[in-house]
Design a protein around this ligand. Structure first.
Ligand SMILES: NC(=O)c1ccc[n+]([C@@H]2O[C@H](COP(=O)([O-])OP(=O)(O)OC[C@H]3O[C@@H](n4cnc5c(N)ncnc54)[C@H](OP(=O)(O)O)[C@@H]3O)[C@@H](O)[C@H]2O)c1
Length: 348
């Protein structure tokens, strides 16, 4: 069996430590991937005390991390469509309440992944760039396609023009970039927000209109950009996005539904607002995608072809912080200072 090593979090608030970890063979529905690159998400960098609020179920020592790209080394008995040697990207679900399993955390050399949350990637897509996708792709897909959120039709290679608009507030975030592309792939016109220096980036992902979200008149300018096209739904990403999108959704024609990527406790406080505006607001948890038909529809059925035909891009740009598990804490420090249309990545 291969020798495995992991970046361990011994307990809440402790320092990360690189050390040996068991090699865990895949169970039913699982595969093992030799990690070649991991990407860093804001949730990976939360301070120790926040674990009690965001991930209260997590047992320690833990291996965190949600984004993996690498090569399949072993597949579980009932897994079809994936085999050893395949180049893949996938969402590591070790932090989910019903998994809570160190073997499934991304930050290790050999990681167990759920096969239906893994996509093969084309040869011309590097592991570093492919690693930017999974958690934020899952979060965007949860908001857009799950029935408990916007419940839009799934993306296809040649979607019909649905004559409606999806608003992505926070289009230059990683979640937002995936949302813009997925909504286009589902046949919608997209209006998004970003800082002006990211307008071209967000347009290149398929947004028809991009609006600066700064300033007191931001909601007015978004309403103007939506124009007469009915809203099919809204994704609210970034702090302060729920009140802003409420102000938009209550003033334009179409569906008054907002799916918010903000932490549930922050969103819940704002749900009260919805009564005033007659808008339905729901709080996204990207990990729920593993439990319904949308997960395999995106990872198995849509993404491999969409990446190969370049109708979907692994965005934003990967910025490689270094090589080896011991560089991940450096990347965590860096994400705490903020990124703009970039994804921090570590080669493993
Ligand atoms: N619920 C879930 O399951 C889940 C999962 C993943 C992420 N999230 C949350 O979703 C958000 C985005 O995550 P991410 O990884 O995609 O972020 P990210 O890529 O690290 O976000 C960076 C971008 O945020 C934009 N931004 C900063 N403040 C903003 C604001 N007030 N409104 C709109 N955009 C703003 C900046 O855009 P400009 O540079 O263009 O200004 C910057 O490009 C975070 O709050 C994260 O915690 C939730």
């Amino acid at each position: 069996m291969p020798q495995n090593n992991a970046l361990w979090l011994p307990r809440r608030g402790a320092r990360f430590e690189v050390g040996p970890a068991p090699y865990t063979p895949p169970g039913p529905g699982e595969i093992v991937v030799r990690t070649r690159a991991v990407a860093i998400n804001p949730v990976d960098a939360i301070p120790g005390f926040a674990y009690r609020i965001v991930l209260p179920w997590l047992t320690f020592p833990a291996v965190i991390g949600g984004d993996v790209a690498g090569e399949v080394v072993e597949v579980g008995a009932d897994v079809t469509g994936l085999e050893p040697g395949d180049r893949v990207t996938g969402m590591a679900t070790g932090l989910e309440a019903d998994r809570d399993r160190a073997a499934e955390g991304a930050f290790q050399e050999y990681v167990v992944l759920l096969a239906h949350m893994v996509s093969t990637i084309p040869d011309d897509l590097s592991f570093e760039q492919a690693a930017v996708l999974p958690l934020t792709l899952s979060t965007a897909a949860t908001g857009l396609f799950q029935a408990d959120h916007l419940g839009l039709p799934l993306p296809t290679p040649d979607p019909p023009d649905r004559g409606e608009t999806v608003l992505v507030w926070g289009g230059s975030t990683s979640v937002g970039g995936n949302a813009v592309q997925l909504a286009r792939g589902a046949g919608y016109r997209v209006v998004a927000t970003a800082s002006p220096h990211n307008f071209d980036h967000v347009r290149s992902l398929g947004a028809a209109e991009v609006v600066d979200y700064h300033g007191r008149d931001a909601a007015d300018r978004v309403v103007a950009a939506i124009g007469g096209s009915p809203l099919a739904g809204t994704l609210a990403i970034g702090s302060g996005s729920v009140p802003k999108t409420l102000a938009v959704a209550s003033r334009v024609p179409g569906r008054r539904r907002i799916a918010a990527a903000q932490p549930a406790f922050a969103t819940r406080a704002q749900l009260l607002l919805r009564r005033r505006h007659g808008v339905h607001v729901s709080a996204i948890w990207g990990g729920t995608l593993k439990d319904n038909e949308v997960g395999p529809a995106i990872y198995r059925d849509y993404l491999p072809t969409a990446l190969a035909t370049k109708t979907f891009r692994a965005a934003p740009e990967a910025v490689v912080v270094g090589d080896g598990l011991d560089r991940i804490p450096v990347a965590l420090d860096r994400i705490r200072r903020g990124v703009s249309a970039q994804k921090l990545v570590v080669r493993i």
